[in-house]
Design a protein around this ligand. Structure first.
Ligand code: SF4
Ligand code: MG
Length: 329
């Protein structure tokens, strides 16, 4: 399969009280053409920062990429000018967010917001841009598309707003769609509709999707491969089938264990106790050690390297290192 996005040793930092705080500690993954890759982990693990780094959307924050590379279509995005990035954003890669109201302009009609990027990126005249906008709104299942163009975001329901966001993201035929918790704010029925819409569009357009979610049910439904993140690091990568059938990293096992299964009676979900560590105060060794049921002495001393397995999977955990016993006391 042809590679579209290759993230190598990506490091991103923010400033806190004038001190740089590293949030991403060398992230590696790749996304192939036409593939849906899930980026999972609890909130605060660096998933959204990874997507903002790829889009280079740090506006108004102290965030910056401090190391590594992000190859998109063979070009390293970390070295491009802001001007070149602007041409890529919206046209070649587009993003949808959890809460459409944060990215829709409340005082602009839907039509104006949709047509601006279409005219800019596809160089269409006003009339052509309008019919393009209408056809995309129809594609995402919006009834009376022409009327919607004259409405403001607040006149639409949450589900309709999310459809409009998807239509906007799709309007210039991006090669890569980054979706950050796209259905988290919606109720379950609407959530299922939006996910199946995204899946349908992705298959029709042969788009690559980076889907960020904390919801493993969404991952099972949508993804081909999964990258599990913890504390600004990739801790496991596998195909969706391998991940659910045979999770290797204790964190992944914990995430899967906290998903209720249909028909299963449980007093309480097995959630992972404790919290994601504070980036400015990381524990030594494996960052998951304070919460890990399988932690060994070495885990509190040294961070494990990534071990590769067949079938393109990998995991960063001492349980899979031969030399794990060396430092045990
Ligand atoms: Fe648990 Fe040790 Fe593996 Fe970390 S390295 S996940 S603490 S077993
Ligand atoms: Mg997030």
């Amino acid at each position: 399969m042809e590679n579209l996005l290759q993230v190598n040793q990506l490091q991103t930092e923010f400033k806190k009280d004038d001190q740089p705080i590293k949030i991403l500690h060398g992230i590696d993954f790749q996304l192939n053409k036409g593939e849906v890759l899930g980026l999972v982990g609890e909130s605060g693990c660096g998933k959204s920062i990874t997507s903002l780094s790829i889009m280079r959307l740090f506006r108004g924050t102290s965030g910056k990429i401090s190391g590594g590379s992000i190859y998109f279509n063979g070009e390293d995005l970390t070295t491009l000018s802001e001007e070149s990035m602007r041409k890529i954003r919206g046209k070649q890669m587009a993003m949808i967010f959890q809460e459409p109201m944060t990215s829709l302009n409340p005082v602009m009609k839907i039509g104006e917001q949709m047509m601006e990027p279409i005219r800019l990126h596809l160089s269409l005249k006003k009339k052509e841009a309008k019919s393009h906008a209408i056809s995309i709104l129809e594609k995402v299942g919006i009834p009376r598309a022409e009327e919607i163009l004259n409405e403001f975001p607040h006149q639409l329901s949450g589900g309709m707003r999310q459809r409009v966001m998807i239509a906007m993201a799709m309007s210039c035929n991006p090669k890569l769609l980054i979706a950050d918790e796209p259905t988290t704010a919606l109720d379950v029925t609407i959530q299922a509709q939006i996910l199946s819409l995204m899946k349908k569009l992705q298959e029709e357009e042969k788009m690559s999707v980076l889907l960020i979610t904390h919801d493993l049910g969404v991952v099972a439904e949508m993804c081909d491969r999964v990258v599990v993140m913890y504390a600004g690091r990739v801790v496991e990568e596998a195909s969706v089938i391998d991940l659910f059938e045979d999770p290797k990293h204790p964190y992944t096992k914990g995430l899967i264990g906290s998903v209720p299964k249909i028909g299963e009676k449980r007093e309480k979900l097995d959630s992972i106790s404790g919290n994601v560590p504070d980036p400015s105060n990381m524990p030594m060794g494996c960052k998951f050690a304070p919460r890990c049921k399988e932690a060994m002495p070495i885990c509190f001393e040294e961070e494990p390297d990534t071990v590769s397995f067949e079938n393109n999977r990998s995991c960063s955990c001492w349980l899979f290192h031969e030399e794990r016993g060396e430092m045990s006391v």
